[in-house]
Design a protein around this ligand. Structure first.
Ligand code: ASP
Length: 439
């Protein structure tokens, strides 16, 4: 039988009603064997995530203040779930131990990890699955970096004899046995590590949206869900601002060619988005797969007569940036001019110094700085095959009366990136979306 690994995010496990939906989803397929859980998330807009409450407890503990009022809120969250599910389960012993440990260890990661730990105990009890603590499975090195080989082997041996298990996400341990968490949203990584180790046929990532959207819903009204996406396309879109999974979550499953299915706990009948390796790509999508973008870029424009005959000038400019720990996004160039696009935040405070350094290094005729650039990426494997895609992108933008300041077609032909003024950012995305989806 195939094995599926499921991960449920905090919004999918925020209260007893959601636990019931989750239970139904898991029971629907026998292949759904290993379930990774987040801590309870927000039940409504003004609610607090349990993880945030735990971080508050930690802050109070390090300042030698009483954590009781906040800790009681956490207990109430779990008790409400337990009661709502009519479970014969008491976590009183765990609460006491955790509260004391937060006060005595003053470990931020330990405190944060208990949200997943307690939620895991509850779901395991509700499902009748084995609870498996990831403390001895997800292994970090002394420097806090994940040890992928050790983790893989430990998961394999821990789950070998267990058919159905619930595993808390987000944390593991350091070589000295103390708890270490991933960065926020890290349960996605746990799920991916488990899927890889057990050679799952599918990694289902259950959340509160019906998949990856073609464009930001705050900009485009009701954007379409992307049915199929390759890992590469996902990387391009994520880099430009689409938030789907923790950024370290794709690598483990990707290395084994295991697809990820993004699903909606509140709408399990929706197929969601399937994220697959490029070689499996048949693409039912249209010509473009998705559009993403970001504001907050600065262009440094360097002009010098006969620049193209001067060897190594580009190198010298980029070296100045590298020495100042500034990475560049794009380097569009013409015969006698070269522009470097960087993140405005990275340049802050260093601007004058950098300009001075570039002048010293390449002695340009002029150097100019332009803030307020937005980048919009149009992503899709099919763009290579379809003639005239770039023309359609540019015409759509021109028709919307927007001036394009920069164009860059990635070497892999997986994306076309345009730079526009920040004031035109949203309209650029709308114009491209309408051209390819509503036409
Ligand atoms: N509970 C943690 C967070 O809120 C980890 C996760 O949900 O994946 O970031």
């Amino acid at each position: 039988m195939n094995t599926k690994v499921l991960k449920f995010g905090g919004s999918s496990l925020a209260d007893a009603a959601h636990f019931k939906k989750v239970g139904q989803i898991i029971r629907e397929e026998k292949e759904r064997k290993y379930v990774v859980v987040s801590a309870p998330g927000k039940r409504h807009n003004k609610d607090e995530k349990v993880t945030d409450l735990l971080y508050q407890c930690y802050d109070l503990a390090v300042n030698n203040q009483d954590i009781t009022p906040v800790f009681l809120k956490i207990e109430a969250r779990y008790n409400e779930i337990i009661d709502g599910l009519s479970l014969k389960l008491s976590l009183a012993k765990e609460y006491l131990e955790i509260k004391n440990n937060i006060i005595s260890t003053k470990s931020k990661d330990y405190a944060a990890s208990r949200g997943e730990y307690l939620n895991g105990i509850i779901l395991a009890n509700y499902m009748g699955f084995t609870f498996v603590d990831p403390k001895d499975m997800i292994l970090f090195n002394e420097d806090g970096i994940l040890n992928p080989e050790g983790t893989d082997a430990s998961i394999c041996s821990a789950l070998k004899a267990i058919e159905y298990a619930v595993i808390p996400g987000f944390y593991g341990s350091l070589p000295d046995g103390s708890i270490k968490t991933f960065s926020r949203g890290g349960s996605d990584v746990t799920g991916s590590m488990v899927a890889k180790a057990v050679k799952a046929s599918l990694y289902e990532n259950w959340t509160d949206v019906s998949g990856v959207l073609m464009a930001d819903p705050r900009i485009v009204k009701n954007p379409k869900v992307i049915e199929t996406l390759t890992y590469k396309e996902l990387r391009e879109l994520s880099y430009m601002g689409t938030t789907v999974l923790h950024e370290d979550a794709t690598l483990p499953v990707r290395s084994e060619g295991i697809p990820i299915n993004i699903r909606n706990t509140n709408s399990p009948e929706d197929k969601g988005t399937m994220i697959i390796p490029t070689y499996r790509f048949k693409n039912p999508n249209g010509i473009i797969t998705g559009i993403a973008g970001k504001t907050g870029f600065t262009t440094i424009i360097i002009e010098k007569d006969m620049m193209n005959g001067e060897l190594g000038i580009g190198n010298k400019i980029l070296e100045v940036l590298a020495k100042n720990s500034i990475s560049f996004e794009h380097v569009p160039s013409s015969i006698d001019a070269l522009s470097v696009i960087v993140n405005s935040k990275d340049l802050e405070e260093k601007e004058e110094f950098i300009i001075h350094q570039i002048i010293k290094a390449v002695k340009p005729d002029s150097i100019m700085i332009e803030d307020g650039l937005a980048l919009v990426a149009v992503v899709g494997h099919n763009m290579v095959r379809a003639k005239g895609t770039a023309a359609r992108v540019f015409t759509a933008i021109a028709k919307a009366d927007i001036n394009i300041k920069m164009i860059d077609q990635g070497a892999s032909e997986l994306n076309i990136i345009v730079g526009v003024e920040e004031k035109d950012y949203k309209n650029t995305i709308k114009a491209i979306y309408n051209e390819f989806v509503n036409n």
